[in-house]
Design a binder for this molecule. Sequence first.
Ligand SMILES: *[C@@H]1O[C@H](CO)[C@@H](O)[C@H](O)[C@H]1NC(C)=O
Ligand SMILES: *[C@@H]1O[C@H](CO)[C@@H](O)[C@H](O)[C@H]1NC(C)=O
Ligand SMILES: *[C@@H]1O[C@H](CO)[C@@H](O)[C@H](O)[C@H]1NC(C)=O
Ligand SMILES: *[C@@H]1O[C@H](CO)[C@@H](O)[C@H](O)[C@H]1NC(C)=O
Length: 486
Amino acid sequence: MAKDQSLYFSLRCGCYILLFLSFFSSFLFLNWSYFSVDCTCHAGGIESPLVKNKQQLNLLTFPSAWNLLNFPSQSPLKLLKIALFVKKWPNRDHAGGLERHASTLHLALAERGHELHVFTSSFTNLTSTTKKLHFHLSKPTNAGYLDQSTVWKQFLHENSTAKPFDVIHTESVGLMHTRSRNLTNLAVSWHGIAYESIHSDIIQQLSRDSEAGPTSILTERVVKVVEEIRFFQRYAHHVATSDHVGDVLKRIYMLPQKRVHIILNGVDEEIFKPEVSKGEDLKLKFGIKESEPLILGIAGRLVKDKGHPLIFEALRQIFDENSTFRNSVIVLVAGDGPWGARYKELGSNIRVLGPLDQNQLASFYNVIDIFVNPTLRAQGLDHTLLEAMLVGKALMATKLASITGSVIVSQDIGYAFSPTVEELKKALYEVWRDGRVVLKQKGELGRKRALRLFTATKMAGAYERLFLCIADKEKGNEEYCTYNHN
Ligand SMILES: *[C@@H]1O[C@H](CO)[C@@H](O)[C@H](O)[C@H]1NC(C)=O
Ligand SMILES: *[C@@H]1O[C@H](CO)[C@@H](O)[C@H](O)[C@H]1NC(C)=O
Ligand SMILES: *[C@@H]1O[C@H](CO)[C@@H](O)[C@H](O)[C@H]1NC(C)=O
Ligand SMILES: *[C@@H]1O[C@H](CO)[C@@H](O)[C@H](O)[C@H]1NC(C)=O
C-alpha cells in the first residue's frame, strides 16, 4: 500500500515536471528568439504567455510584442472590410509618425487584398493608388480633429450598404470615445499617451532656469492621465506601439491584458536597406571625401522638442575644446525647421541638407556612420531610429522608455544618453573613440534585429492577424486568435 502510494506520487510528480518543462520550453523559445541579439533582461518576459499546450498560445493574452512571432507572408484565406479613422492622410514626404504609420500599414493591408475605407479629413481630393482603398473625406474641425458627426454618418452609410465592416481601426482618437464605446470589433493604436509625456515635461522643467519656479504643466499632465484612464476603457482593443506603453496600459491605465496588444512600428524595408552605391552618390554631392573621418547623421523636424538645442550645444562645446574631434567628425543634418539655420553657425563640420524625400533619406542613412536622435519627445516610437537600423547603422538616442525598452535594448546596437549637455558630450566622445569599425558591428547587429522586428511587412502581418482575430471573435470563433509555433 505504502509502496503504491509512493509510486503514485513519483508518477504525479513526474507529470508536473513534464508539464512544467513543456510550458517552459515554448516560453524559452520565444524569449530566445527575442534575445538572440541582445542579452538584457526585459520586464515583459517575466509574465508567462497563456500556453494551451506546447505548440499553441492565445494571441489576445500574449504579453510581449507580436513582432516576435511569425505570420504568413501570403494573403490570408479570409479578406476583411476594414474602416480606418485617421485625422490626416499623409502627403508622402511630410508626415508625422501617426500618419506615416497609418499609410504604411493600410497600403500594405490593401495590397494583401483587404477592402480599406479611410475616414479622414482633407481640403483637397485624395486619389487612391489601388482600387482596394477608398477615401471618405470631410473637413477638419477648427481644432484639427475629425468632424465626428460627419465621419460617423459616412461610416454608418458605408456599413449599411453592400457589406458591413468586419473591423474598425482608429489611429489615436481619430474616432472619439463617445462613438467607440459600444463597438466590440474596434482597435485603437496609440502613438503617444499622457503618461509618456510626463517624462518630456520633467526634462523641459529641468532645462528651465531654476529661479523661474515650477510651472503648472506637470499638474495638468497628471490630470490628463487620469482623464485618459477613464476614457480609454471605452475602446475595446488597444494596440501599444512600444513595449513600454504596453506595460503602462496594463499596469497604470488598468486595462485587462486581453485587450492590450503590443505591435511595434515598422518601416518600409524595400526603401530602407544597405546600398553602398547610393551613399557614394550622396557623398559626392556633398563633397565628402573618402578619407573623411566619422560621419554623424541627424534627421527629422529641426525643432526644439526634438532635442536640437541640446545637441547643438554639445557639439559647439566639443568643437571648441577638442580640435582633434573637430578635424575628424562631420555632421549631416537632414530636415527642415528653425534649427536648420542655427546649425550653420557651427562651421564647415556641419552640412545642412534641407528636407529629403524617402529615397534621399535612404541614401542619407547609407552615408552616415551613426544616426543621432536627441529627441525629448517621449511619445510614440520614433520611425527614424527604425529606418537607420534597417539600413544597418549604429544608433545614438535619448534614454526614453520607448527607445531603451524596444529599440536600443543593448549597447551592442547603440548608445543611449540622458538628456543633458554633459551626458550627450560623454556619449559623443565615446562614439568617436569607438570609431568606425565598432560602429559598423553595432549597425550590423541592429539590422539583424530590425529585420526580425521592425519591417513594414512584420507590422502589417501582425495587425492583419489581430484584425482577423477580432473579426473572428465577433462571430464566436477563435481560430485566428490561436497561434501555432512550428
Ligand atoms: C473632388 O472630386 C469631386 C468629384 O470627383 C469634384 O466634384 C470636386 O470638384 C473635387 N474637388 C476638388 C477640390 O478638386
Ligand atoms: C453595421 O452593420 C451591421 C450589419 O447590419 C450591424 O450589425 C452593425 O450594428 C452595424 N454597425 C454599427 C456601428 O451600426
Ligand atoms: C451605447 O449603448 C448604450 C446602452 O445600450 C446607449 O445608451 C448609448 O446610446 C450607446 N452609445 C452609442 C454611441 O451608440
Ligand atoms: C580630445 O579628446 C580626446 C579623447 O578624450 C583626448 O585624448 C585628446 O587629448 C583631446 N584633444 C584635445 C586637443 O583636447
